[in-house]
Design a protein around this ligand. Structure first.
Ligand code: CUA
Length: 319
């Protein structure tokens, strides 16, 4: 298993992220040149005049009131700022004016304390913390348009290799789009302080070849196969308070406070990046989520070992 990566701002693979990198380089070049000129003069002055003995009798040249100098140091910085503003506005407009083609993939990402709900409204898929999208190429552009919302406090949706930050704000709908040109896994993170576990709001975007993406969609749309051995655990799940917060298609569980568990085992982490999604970790998580994620809103269910084993036997079938 590959280790959980960290977000990377230096390797953009999607149209908006590439534009943001280009703009950063332009701004860095201009401001870097200013820095070199100013620092160069400062260092030159220090070296050239630093050792001259001071003579209190001699007054330095007085330049106060020189219109030329004052105009120069007002107008030149103003022009530089105007150039920076215009270049930035052009890039921002270039990203924002992109219209959504009718056949574009649509996703809704909802920030929760402290995880992400991912919905595919047109495909009838609900999942958590992992976004799956098709790769886009020049001949067959396949952009994904993402609606960003929040159910509680302000979060920020940020996958630096794919697009800029977009705030997730309660009672407000924001939009962002991505167009990844390379198959791969890209990591994001909540970028707005949202409480105790702000650091554990990992986002993973898996970019698939088109065929593979269609297969993922079909797998997610299909209900997990019912296994006889999991029957007792399924009944136990249905009888516990789990169902108030979690949904599993085909069970009485239709809660929306916690992640949809229909395809729980298809996801790589638990608790939005808190820990790898393995059988042992899942068991420990159900026993006491706070052991991995202090403050997680899921309570410790106080199940005994027999109940845990039963429940686990069911949960691991949710592929
Ligand atoms: Cu959600 Cu920080």
């Amino acid at each position: 298993m590959t280790p959980i990566q960290t977000p990377n701002i230096f390797a953009p693979v999607s149209t908006p992220a590439l534009a943001i990198r280009d703009l950063s380089f332009i701004v860095l070049a201009i401001t870097g040149a200013i820095f070199l000129i100013v620092a160069g003069f400062a260092v030159y002055t220090l070296i050239r005049f630093g050792r001259r003995p001071t003579n209190p009798e001699v007054e330095p040249a007085q330049v106060y009131g020189s219109t030329q100098i004052e105009l120069a140091w007002t107008v030149v910085p103003l022009l530089i700022v105007v150039v920076l503003f215009l270049v930035t506005a052009r890039y921002v407009y270039g990203i924002e004016r992109r219209h959504q083609p009718p056949d574009a993939l649509e996703i809704t990402v909802v920030g929760n304390q402290w995880w992400w709900e991912i919905r595919y409204p047109k495909l009838g898929i609900v999942t958590a913390n992992e976004i799956h999208v098709p790769v886009s190429d020049a001949a067959n552009p396949a952009p994904t348009f993402i609606t960003v919302k929040s159910v509680d406090v302000a979060h920020s949706f940020w996958v630096p290799q794919l697009a800029g930050k977009m705030d997730a704000i309660p009672n407000k709908t924001n939009r962002v789009w991505i167009e990844p040109r390379q198959v791969g896994t890209y990591v994001g993170q909540c970028a707005e302080y949202c409480g105790l576990q702000h650091a554990l709001m990992l986002l993973v975007v898996v970019v698939h070849p088109k065929e593979e993406f269609r297969a993922w969609v079909t797998a997610q749309q299909t209900a997990p196969a019912a296994r006889a051995a999991a029957r007792a655990g399924r009944d136990l799940f249905s009888s516990l308070a789990c169902v108030n917060c979690h949904s599993i298609r085909g069970t009485p569980g239709n809660g929306v406070f916690g992640p949809d568990l229909t395809h729980l085992m298809s996801r790589s982490t638990l608790g939005a990046g808190a820990v790898r999604n393995t059988r042992d970790n899942l068991r420990a998580w159900v026993k006491d989520p706070g052991a991995f994620k202090v403050g997680a809103l899921m309570p410790a269910m106080r199940l005994d070992d027999a109940q845990l084993d039963q429940l686990l036997a069911y949960l691991v079938t949710l592929r």
